[in-house]
Design a protein around this ligand. Structure first.
Ligand code: ATP
Ligand code: MG
Ligand code: MG
Ligand code: MG
Length: 471
């Protein structure tokens, strides 16, 4: 049965509220946790509860949320059918009150009864030797051949190098053989789209230590995440996240601005999807007080913004355009996330300013890159050229890498990093802090935001990379 994204969100929260969970708001995309760059999962705001540094009101057995998430590790996958850089994670969390039995039963009940998904299309994975969870799924009527075991990479979940973590069990929806790779060996966990992972139930039992060992937590806990856009795709009978109500509307904005029609040209489609996705990330990041900069989360924001601008340029969108997306996002999501409504003017101004700055140099940078590629001998763009693109034309190096990859050219990243280090040395010597520069660029308009959230912490590239790997 067709359900809108909004209906699914509400049904999920109401269902777990009915089980005794406290409905709580999404936390900010800026985590209250120095080990993480951005909020990448629903559990992030509950880390102190898992560690019993904070206790939940005993009237409740757990919590339930719709959490906004940004995952930098998925940026390069954006445009495929199931990875978004911004998505909503529907979660429920127990801090010692309920565990596997209840969780599996409720996930099954919600999927088959509330959403009405046919049980025969559901597949379940468990962590390696977790026989207990296999027995629980079987007791709910799941046939043995719909349950499989997966290793550490897929079925042991952690939000970062340290902190609460544990084995997990995931639920997949079989979208049918036509959607996937067609291999007779295709099964849940295969990278193709046939079996779509939509729900992860983590049995949070451990506290990962600095030295890599796992200490048991005081209680056995539950942390689950159901991807709202993925389940919306299932409920709306489509096999691509971008064909769901909210994201399709955003693709529509790009169609209108570019004059192109979706699903006529694969390259154009990919750009339309990337812009639709990135427009949500940047809108929500700015709403939470992140501003474009050259370091840390501000750099993630800048990279997303500039990539969206470059993709728009490729499909013939001229001049500033992203505010049309902002308006549509406010329209579509403002009732659930009032911060985008409240900060609409800030969001619009920050984006416009970034579009003007990058728009002015994008074209020249493209000419520079085209010339560099034309006279290139070998298959690698030099670090110096990538640095010039970054420094003079404002190209995030990942955007340069992507544009080069389109021509089967690599970028000498080591050389690029060397140039960056030299520049950082010069900057340090001159005592110019990027942070201050970033704030003063947008000075005035966001003084209140600055007060509220404090200046964005600049964690630098090493942590960015680290976070990119572990989230
Ligand atoms: P995948 O294997 O598809 O990359 P994951 O195992 O990394 O997903 P989890 O960390 O288990 O994802 O997150 C819980 C749920 O959140 C997933 O089951 C999925 O429904 C959703 N989700 C995760 N990453 C994304 C994303 N990039 N875009 C949309 N939904 C996502
Ligand atoms: Mg993933
Ligand atoms: Mg997975
Ligand atoms: Mg998973």
């Amino acid at each position: 049965k067709y359900m809108t994204t909004a209906e699914i969100r509400e049904k999920y929260l109401a269902f777990f509220e009915g089980k005794g969970c406290k409905r709580m708001p999404s936390s900010s995309l800026i985590p209250d946790d120095p080990s993480l760059l951005l909020t990448s999962a629903g559990m992030v705001q509950f880390k102190p509860y898992f560690l019993h540094q904070k206790e939940l009101d005993p009237a409740y057995i757990g919590t339930t949320t719709a959490q906004k998430c940004v995952r930098t590790n998925d940026i390069d996958n954006i445009g495929d059918a199931r990875h978004l850089s911004f998505f909503e994670m529907m979660g429920n969390f127990s801090f010692g009150k309920y565990f596997k039995n209840e969780m599996c039963a409720w996930a099954f009940e919600f999927s088959t009864e509330v959403l009405g998904l046919p049980a025969e299309k559901l597949y379940f994975t468990v962590f390696e030797d977790d026989d207990e969870t296999i027995e629980i799924w079987k007791s709910l009527g799941v046939p043995e051949d719909h349950i499989s075991r997966l290793g550490e990479d897929d079925n042991f979940w952690r939000a970062g190098p340290t902190g609460p973590c544990g084995p997990c069990s995931e639920i997949y929806f079989d979208q049918g053989p036509e959607v996937g790779c067609g291999s007779p060996d295709c099964k849940p966990g295969c990278d193709c789209d046939r079996y779509l992972e939509f729900w992860n139930c983590v049995f949070t039992q451990f506290d990962g230590q600095e030295d890599g060992t796992l200490a048991p937590l005081l209680t056995k806990n539950i942390d689950t995440g159901m991807g709202l856009e993925r389940i919306a795709a299932i409920m709306q009978g489509v096999t691509n996240n971008y064909d769901t109500d909210v994201l399709r509307s955003l693709v529509g904005v790009g169609e209108r601005l570019s004059g192109k029609t979706y699903k006529q040209d694969a390259e154009v489609d990919k750009s339309l999807r990337i812009i639709a996705d990135h427009s949500r990330s940047v809108t929500f990041m700015i709403a939470d007080g992140i501003l474009p900069s050259n370091e840390g989360r501000g750099y993630v924001l800048r990279r997303l913004l500039r990539r969206a601008i470059q993709k728009a340029h490729m499909i013939g969108i001229e001049g500033p355009f992203l505010n049309d997306y902002v308006d549509e996002i406010v329209e579509l999501m403002g009732s659930v996330y009032p911060e985008v409504v409240e900060n609409r003017e800030l969001i619009r101004r920050v984006i416009l300013s970034e579009e003007e700055r990058f728009g002015a140099t994008l074209r020249q940078g493209q000419v520079f890159l085209a010339e560099a590629l034309d006279k290139l001998e070998g298959d690698t763009l030099s670090g110096e050229e990538a640095f010039t693109l970054h420094d003079t034309y404002g190209f995030p190096v990942e955007v340069t890498e992507e544009m080069c990859a389109d021509r089967n050219v690599k970028v000498d990243m080591e050389g690029f990093e060397r140039c960056m280090d030299e520049q950082r040395e010069r900057a340090r010597a001159a005592n110019t802090k990027d942070a201050e520069a970033a704030w003063s660029t947008y000075g005035g308009i966001h003084a209140d935001v600055l007060k509220e959230v404090g200046a964005t912490e600049f964690v630098g590239y090493s942590e960015l990379e680290c976070a990119a790997k572990v989230v």
